[in-house]
Design a protein around this ligand. Sequence first.
Ligand code: HEC
Length: 208
Amino acid sequence: MKRNLIYVLLVIAATSGFTNCGKKDPNSPGIEFMPDMYRSPSLEYYSVHTIDGDTLYNAKHPVKGTVARGYMPYLYGDSTAEYERAGLNLKNPLEMSKRSVYEAEGEVLYGKFCIHCHGATGAGDGKVAAKLPGPPPAYNGPLKNLPEGKIFHTLTYGKGTMGSHASQLTQEERWKLVCYVQKLQGPKDSTKTTEKTIAESKPSEPKK
Ligand code: HEC
């Protein structure tokens, strides 16, 4: 009898030892042997800290009205009307005396980002093209007279099953690709060119 009582007391002592840890906060680890492992003393990204009474914001929004170095705001929105407007007004800002250099650099980028869909000659026969609902049209076929502004616009926002390439390629890289796509387009078919410039059309803010 006495022995049994001792067992019961032992069991109670043992279980209360386990359950006691979590009484206040079930997620509490109990005794912390190395608190630094749980509570990092270093400053964490994207959080607010107060040090000596000063509040520090680790990630700040850019100051209003400023532009990141090397970045040019793109003044055309993501819509069909803006695509048309880009086609009429948007011109390649790169120095055209170095065109052959840009074409060569564009070709390298094309080999990494475009060839699997558009094919080596831009005929729309890349390896992935057959898997798409509709293969891309040939640059020197239906897209022969596609103006540079539309090429850039499509690279920026995407079109149909082609996604946007704005996050992978800088604006300069996209313009280099435009140079290379134009090389693949070959000389324009003058009998079909109807492009004119709408100088008075105002740029609007791109949609977020
Ligand atoms: C996932 C496959 C895919 C990739 C990758 C891709 N494209 Fe496309 N691209 C397409 C398809 C499909 C179309 C036809 C879109 C439509 O008109 O609906 C297209 C259309 C185009 C057009 C014509 C756009 C217009 O305004 O009609 C150009 C120019 C073009 N792509 C260039 C590129 C370049 C340059 C790259 C590489 C940076 C690239 N594409 C990457 C599938 C792709």
